[in-house]
Write a protein that binds this ligand. Structure first.
Ligand code: S3P
Length: 170
């Protein structure tokens, strides 16, 4: 039996909206690692980055993942965009369930996240360059961490969710 469906991929790939569609279709709850971290820290992610730095945030991601592993079955889990970067987290993801990589083009990310102030890594100048650099570094990592990949550009959320369920055999 499949344990959990985990959505991984870059900011703006649609992990939350596809997660909602999957939760509706399966009847499974939707959990979001960013939200769990914000609840635990009692502050938004931007403030965690400001006050504690990215490294501390990454340690909290691992803690949240470990906790999910102890008690979560049959859930849809939306993982923060940087979560698969730590090797430790990739091992935990493999145990937690089927990870699906939502692959997105840089131009889609830029359109979707224009004006967004909730992603500390995309604040400031040269956002386009930064998205391209981060994506080319991260895409092979996402790919290696996932059971399969779904391209999301120009597809509606419901179709992406259907593709995932078919591919995962759910
Ligand atoms: C991050 C992605 C964000 C959040 C944090 C860092 C990243 O999550 O965890 O801002 O490093 O890509 P989303 O992918 O849900 O936006």
């Amino acid at each position: 039996m499949i344990k959990n469906l985990i959505l991984i991929g870059f900011m703006g790939a649609g992990k939350t909206s596809v997660g909602q569609a999957l939760a509706e279709k399966t009847g499974w709850p939707l959990l979001d690692t960013d939200q769990l971290i914000e609840e635990e820290a009692g502050m938004p992610i931007t403030r965690i980055f400001e006050e504690q730095g990215e490294a501390a945030f990454r340690v909290t991601e691992t803690r949240v993942l470990r906790r999910l592993l102890e008690k979560t079955e049959q859930a849809v889990i939306s993982a923060g965009g940087g979560l698969p970067l730590r090797e430790e987290n990739r091992k935990l993801l493999a145990k937690l369930g089927t990870a699906v990589f939502l692959q997105v083009k840089p131009e889609t990310v830029i359109v979707r996240l224009k004006g967004d102030t909730t992603r500390p890594l995309l604040l400031g100048d040269h956002v386009e360059e930064r998205v391209e650099t981060l994506l080319s570094y991260r895409n092979p990592i996402y790919q290696a961490s996932a059971a399969f990949t779904v391209d999301v550009d120009e597809k509606d959320v419901s179709r992406i969710a259907e593709e995932i369920l078919t591919e995962a055999g759910i």
